[in-house]
Design a binder for this molecule. Structure first.
Ligand code: GTQ
Ligand code: FE2
Length: 345
């Protein structure tokens, strides 16, 4: 019961009358609210890195990191034009910090991840500690932590940001403030949190009260080495190849409570079996090339191309070369809310 044309004049008059009382009949919209399967306006889409790189470097000539606060081009899903969303719940953008620039310190309720696309030796400072960034590194900025970015190298630093901006907006829980200076003071030696929390040990009396990982950086070198060692066993998950999840050393959960991140290896010639999951996912091709079929959409990707898979669309990846894919989604939120589902085949 959802077509006005099938409704009697009495009912139509009634609907109009109750609208003035801020009421609406559920029976008109029931099947669009409670769908049999996820129905999303999110679209499968790919952004080629050659295009993205050219566009963000153009922005480098038009505005400084300081004036922009963050010089970021938002990757907007074509299904969400003007809404600053790459999926229904997540924001993603490409950020540029040129040599000598500073993106000034601020903090906000939103959680952020960075996946380093290009450059070496730039830095992000989080709560008094600097992290030096290299290509392929996965770096997190916990909610309400002071963060600023700098680049003392001689080449542009470009990375992909992933933030839970739409999620925080949905809950109306956004707070933000600027730091009085461009850069926060550094009071912790480089490498401290990696040594303290990232060496398969924790300080003996350490107790964390935060659901966020105390590690700021998950270096690519270590992730790549792990995948390289594991691939020797030649044991492949039919839907994922060899897929790993970035974890919080406190409890083995996701690195951040709102965004989950993953890295996977697909051997040359591997085709994954049909797989669907409710967490719409952003993928970055780190190495290799291939294609992904998402429902009726076919996307061809190569190094640094970025693509998005909507909720519940059947996915098949085909790797033409040995491939590394980084990905992120709102899976931790869906798991906590007992909403997450997957289906093989
Ligand atoms: O680097 O702090 O893409 O605050 C969006 C909001 C990046 C950042 C974004 C941010 C940042
Ligand atoms: Fe920020």
């Amino acid at each position: 019961m959802n077509k006005n044309s099938e409704e009697s004049p009495e009912r139509l008059a009634y609907y109009e009358r109750i609208r003035a009382d801020n009421l609406a009949p559920l029976w008109q919209v029931f099947s669009t609210l409670i769908t049999k399967e996820p129905k999303s306006d999110c679209q499968a889409h790919l952004w080629r890195y050659s295009m993205l790189r050219e566009r963000i470097l153009e922005a480098g000539n038009l505005i400084s990191a300081k004036e922009a606060e963050r010089r970021v081009l938002i990757l907007e899903n074509p299904g969400f034009a003007g809404e600053a969303r790459i999926t229904t719940s997540l924001f993603s953008g490409l950020q540029l910090v040129l040599p000598g620039e500073v993106a000034p310190a601020h903090r906000h309720s939103q959680s952020a991840l960075r996946f380093i696309m290009e450059g070496s030796g730039g830095q992000t400072a989080v709560d008094g500690e600097r992290t030096i960034m290299e290509e392929g590194d996965f770096v997190i900025t916990p909610p309400w932590s002071w963060h600023d970015h700098g680049n003392e190298s001689d080449a542009p630093m470009i990375w992909l940001d992933g933030l839970d901006i739409p999620l925080v907006r949905f809950f109306d829980t956004s707070f933000a403030e600027g730091y009085p200076e461009d850069e926060q003071p550094i009071d912790t030696p480089d490498g401290d949190s990696s040594a303290r929390y990232g060496a398969n040990m924790l300080p003996v009396d350490y107790k964390s009260s935060s659901p966020v990982s105390p590690l700021f950086a998950y270096p690519y070198a270590r992730a790549r080495e792990a995948l390289e060692a594991m691939k020797q066993r030649d044991e492949w998950d039919p839907c994922h190849g060899l897929k790993m999840r970035y974890t919080n050393p406190n409890d083995g959960g996701h690195a951040m409570p709102t965004i989950g991140s993953f890295i996977q290896l697909l051997p040359k010639g591997f085709s994954t079996e049909r797989y669907r999951t409710t967490d719409a996912t952003v993928f970055v091709c780190v190495e290799g090339k291939g294609k992904t079929r998402i429902g009726r959409t076919h996307l061809d990707w190569g190094p640094k191309d970025i693509f998005v898979v909507p909720s519940w669309q059947p996915v098949v990846h085909e790797a033409a070369e040995e491939t590394i894919l980084f990905s992120f989604s709102d899976r931790p939120v869906q798991e906590k809310l007992a909403l997450w589902r997957e289906k093989r085949g």
